[in-house]
Design a binder for this molecule. Structure first.
Ligand code: KPL
Length: 308
């Protein structure tokens, strides 16, 4: 009984105990998975987590251990910021076995290819629209459960057995056979909303107000043209409507990039705008359509000091 439980519910190790990492730790504990947070502070013990949202409050104690603990890792959930993914995985690399599976949950693109090169056919990429903020190291404020989509980065293949257990969750989680398209769709939304709200220091919904309408329309038109040029006409065609919907749904939220910038943290501009402007469509030998507004945002975000 114990062994079938264990194989059905592999031990989940979570890298990155921020907003999304904390939320998924709690979600997996609630589904009966054994969960351990990997904590760079090196403390092998326990951490308290408190989730608060419209559905009430939940308090949990979750095991934590340092990256160099000895237990092999079966199922690694990576919820760090995009720029920290590769180093964080490298820190636990010696604990991964040929059967270990890595699930990424972060924003941005670019790091999946590099991870999949190191761990071929063992990377599941995830995209989540869960709205959560880390108010304190213990407290996660959950604004919305959102939708989570997971799929093998290499494409084809059945989901692993444990994925079926996520269907019992109150939050929605779907398997995607073409996760790359999903990630790019989300990346396109983040490519407009996150830099604009971070640089202008406004809530998401402000972009729909008359004063920012031109900015939104120009950025959307530039990104639509780039997506078409790079060979993604469907994502391009849907972008304007999806932006309007997400901006309305998250009107009072601050984007993750705005929060990072306000708190003086490195923003995810390279894995979001850097990827969209410098890497997407690399195979196309023709000149990309110009994107002066998006390029100016990327340059501003690359500058160390805040630019208003
Ligand atoms: O994903 C987001 C983020 O903040 O990173 C959006 C969709 C913009 C919601 O705030």
């Amino acid at each position: 009984m114990q062994s079938s439980q264990t194989s059905l519910r592999p031990h989940c190790h979570i890298l990155g105990a921020g907003a999304i990492g904390g939320l998924f730790a709690a979600r997996l504990v609630n589904l009966g998975f054994p969960v351990t947070l990997i904590d760079k502070s090196g403390d092998n013990g326990e951490r308290s987590l408190r989730l608060a949202g419209a559905e009430g409050e939940l308090e949990l104690t979750i095991a934590s251990e340092s990256p160099d603990a000895s237990k092999p890792i079966e199922l690694l959930w990576v919820a760090t910021k995009s720029h920290a993914v590769l180093n964080a995985v490298a820190d636990v690399q010696d604990r991964l076995t040929p059967g270990s599976v890595i699930v990424t949950l972060g924003n941005g693109m670019g790091y999946h290819e590099l991870l999949a090169r190191q761990f071929p056919r063992r990377v599941i990429a995830g995209s989540t629209t869960a709205g959560v903020t880390a108010a304190t190291p213990e407290l996660r404020l959950v604004a919305g459960q959102g939708e989570t989509r997971l799929g093998w980065w290499h494409g084809e293949g059945e989901p692993p057995g444990w994925f079926g257990l996520l269907g019992a969750a109150k939050w929605s989680c779907n398997w995607e056979s073409n996760i790359r398209a999903r990630l790019l769709q989300k990346l396109a939304l983040n490519g407009v909303i996150n830099p604009a709200t971070a640089l202008l220091d406004i809530a998401n919904g402000a972009l729909l107000e008359p004063g920012y309408r031109d900015t939104l329309e120009t950025a959307t038109a530039e990104l639509t043209a780039r997506l078409n040029w790079a060979g993604y006409p469907e994502i391009a065609a849907a972008l304007a409507d999806q932006l309007n919907r997400v901006l309305a749904d998250t009107a009072t939220n601050s984007s993750s990039m705005r929060i990072d910038r306000q708190q003086g943290r490195i923003t995810e501009h390279e894995a979001i705008l850097g990827y969209l402007l410098d890497q997407m469509g690399e195979a196309n030998s023709t000149q990309p359509p110009p994107a002066p507004l998006l390029e100016s945002w990327l340059m501003a975000l690359r500058r160390p000091e805040p630019v208003r």
